[in-house]
Design a protein around this ligand. Structure first.
Ligand code: UTP
Length: 276
């Protein structure tokens, strides 16, 4: 059983300055819910209840969000506003939250390694909350957990991206062995379109086996001088097996203004349709 889910949330979020000056971009709301809450709800749906969060600045905003605000609850008790806190109440009652701080922002791989102290030696999920995923039928992490039970190796989510935009993603090459399932042959971080082997891009959902920590410790800084999870997964794929999974659903890149506005607009439309 996979119980733990890691949320790297220590990035600078420079594309959202000045909003991210004093709070992490994972606290930006889409409609009235912060991005990280969507991620936590997706993890819960997949049966993961121990949330481990790697923070940088703005740690307090996340900690306070996943805690009870007695003062606020007292104020709105008995009013029609009480319902607005029902979901977060359920999360707090069902999950545990632990935090650690990434002191230097040395990249996503380094952030995941920083989370080792909270994760220990069991397979775990990783959610990059700025990738907001709406699964088709079931959540993306649920789809991946089912796959993990079949293959018992590290798995990450991929999607087809515009071939001109490969330099924004980790790109993979793999053998397609089942519907949406690829055995990873090679991976490259942010290749220029002319050097990209495919347009299959890694997105922010992973299930990792704990040997990834030893690999990350040995991984030298790569692109941009950062420790890249892509490089560690490439090593893991060479030593054994790693699966890339083309998930069913939609991903919104809420780390970019364009994706964030698209997510807001489409989720607002869906909310209105549901109310009609
Ligand atoms: P991004 O590549 O989107 O970087 O990180 P960023 O710094 O947050 O955003 P921009 O590009 O400056 O706007 C992907 C994910 O990895 C986390 C981020 O919080 C985000 O969830 N991350 C990245 C860390 O936790 N630590 C790091 O050192 C880098």
């Amino acid at each position: 059983m996979i119980k733990k889910c890691l949320f790297p949330a220590a990035g600078y979020g420079t594309r959202f300055l000045p909003a991210t000056k004093a709070m992490p971009k994972e606290m930006l709301p889409v409609l009235s819910k912060p991005l990280i809450q969507y991620g936590v709800e997706e993890a819960m749906e997949a049966g993961l209840t121990e949330m481990a969060i790697v923070t940088g600045r703005g740690k307090r905003a996340i900690e306070d969000h996943f805690d009870i605000s007695y003062e606020l609850e007292h104020q709105i008790k008995g009013t029609d506003k009480e319902q607005a806190l029902a979901d977060i109440r359920h999360i707090i009652n069902t999950c545990t939250f632990s935090y650690t701080r990434q002191i230097e922002m040395n990249g996503l791989g380094h952030a995941i390694l920083t989370g080792e102290t909270l994760i220990g030696q069991a397979p775990f999920g990783v959610v990059l909350a700025d990738d907001l995923c709406i699964g088709e039928g079931e959540g993306v992490l649920s789809q991946m957990v089912a796959l993990y039970h079949k293959y018992r190796c590290s798995i990450f989510a991929i999607e087809e991206v515009d071939p001109q935009e490969t330099d924004r993603y980790g790109i993979i090459e793999g053998d397609n062995i089942a519907d949406g399932v690829y055995i990873v042959k090679s991976m490259v971080e942010k290749p220029a379109p002319e050097n990209a082997p495919t347009n299959l891009a890694v997105i922010g959902r992973y299930i990792l086996t704990p040997d990834i920590f030893d690999i990350l410790r040995e991984t030298k800084p790569g692109k941009n001088g950062e420790i890249q999870i892509t490089d560690a997964l490439q090593t893991q794929a060479k030593n054994g097996m790693v699966i890339a999974y083309k998930f069913r659903g939609i991903r919104y890149d809420c780390g970019s203004l364009e994706g964030y506005v698209k997510a807001t607009t489409e989720l607002f439309r869906k909310m209105q349709e549901a109310r009609e």
